[in-house]
Design a protein around this ligand. Sequence first.
Ligand code: UDP
Length: 337
Amino acid sequence: MRVLVCGGAGYIGSHMVRRLIRAGHTPVVFDNMSTGHAWALKEAFMGAEEKGITPVAVEGDVLNLQALETLFDNHEFDAVMHFSARSLVSESVEKPELYYHGILVGSLNLLAVANRAKIDNFIFSSTASVYGTPECMPIEENCLTKPITPYGHATKMVEMILEDYAQAHGLKSVALRYFNAAGADPEGGLGELHEPETHLIPNVLRAILGQTPPLEIFGNDYPTPDGTCIRDYVYVNDVADAHLLALEKLAGQSERGFTAYNIGSGRGFSVLEVMAAAERVTGQWVPYKFAHRRAGDPPVLVAAAEKARKELGWSPQLPILDEIIRTAWNFMNSRAA
Ligand code: UDP
């Protein structure tokens, strides 16, 4: 299939592009390169030629409707994967306008051109943030979605839009509610690299390498066993695989509809447990200090992912936190070399 991958030069997007090529699909990447990397795309495209696949990269912004129209005039697609959005919870609290505008307008633009081109398979990168501070744990998809941040609100709104597009325009769509994507493809060349970095695992590893000041642990007074936040870390290639399975499901589905799936490992680790795992993997201490809570962080987010297992046939291939961290560590050392 020819798959438009919006945001394909980013962390999860570039892993997706490599996986699409491995599976024999042709990715067309559309990315404004604001946080994506040209080197990641180059790495992700490697090996395509031997498979007879010609991947395409187009620089452009989903906020630019005209650029999207030109893209759709020049290419044909069977499906759209939408990774193009900011996804930092605390930044969204500080700059709600950026998040509402980017997520809502970007998604509406993309849906408008896809609808006009009669492309009815759409996979959206959603988030555990749609649940806010959940009342049920682990979180099932039918738990109340009551976001507590602009990022969560805007993403939930896109899910609602997708549902309405199913009714109005016959769209078939899936929202994958990621928990905490982590790790790097063991084949090398791809991994998580943001500037500035805000995510826990790369920040822990950077602190170990002495590339940054000691790790700041945001809050040690949460209602959790050790007082630090608990998250569900899910391997980035497993996240990408969920998209491949969703793509197959949508392609084989004749009726319109919208479905949301949790993509998480089902196991939660506190910040201190993540640090301990990183110390086991690297054999080095993590320099750290306790800091204030970060805006928008709920105490615990752990997925129940049975629905994805049952309906998509998805199961994490790398569910062990230490092994996930090891892939991130290998990537980080390869960049430093
Ligand atoms: N965190 C931390 N120090 C950091 C980065 C993150 O204590 O330098 C905590 C953060 O408060 C949250 C957890 O680690 O409880 C995971 O944060 P991350 O930014 O990786 O993902 P999020 O859950 O916000 O999507």
